[in-house]
Design a protein around this ligand. Sequence first.
Ligand code: GLN
Length: 268
Amino acid sequence: MAMRQRLLGASDSPDLDVALLLCHCLGKPRSYLYTWPEREVETAQAQQFLSLLDRRVAGEPIAHILGERDFWSLPLAVSPLTLIPRPDTECLVERALAMLTSRAKPQILDLGTGTGAIALALASERADALVLASDFSAEVVSLAEQNRMALGLTNVRLVCSNWFAAIPAQGFSLIVSNPPYIDAQDPHLSEGDVRFEPASALVAANDGMADLLSIIREAPAYLLSGGELLLEHGYQQGELVRQALIERGFVDVASQADYGGNERISWG
Ligand code: GLN
């Protein structure tokens, strides 16, 4: 298909991209393509499809073009103001759920929630949990609130806060965060979808460690005794994060790899 050829330079998954854009224009789920009887589109749909394809060829992320990305089976509205939720972050959700199995009515804090992905996934799995999710941007908080309402989750509260600045010291059972952790000089920042994502969600000072370290430093004051902190980080930051957790008095410190085999989350 010629359209597929046009996408080869811009995308690692040209077939999937064509299918997603086409279904978006047809207003149908992806499964429809397998049974699509007439294999025809109206002129307006074809024009819309071609203009979306142009945007994708220019590098714009599929999630921005569609305004949506699935995370943990939850459809989430996304915007250029937030990180696009990544499948790798589902490892953090899995780990968090495992950490919470022995806790009834856990109080959870998600710092820098963006679309709300982690907070909403945890709240959808644990109806008994109370989740507080924060972001420093009021616009991002309202996007996460829109996602919360669309999913009908009543056990999540959103708050505008620069990390811990406006968080009540109520004592959380679990604090989770996927903070920015990429060094400003990292060549990864000039490739693919990340070029269209906000630097505030990606880049941190001190070789990408600044926000991770400040969360580790402040978290104990907000945790119940025996409470846990769980962080996503870069694949080469595991050792530094474990060391910082141990220095701050955390015990049972450990890390785990993501689906790509890179050390991606640590906790204590
Ligand atoms: N893992 C993301 C990436 O490599 C970055 C996410 C983050 O900075 N929190 O693009």
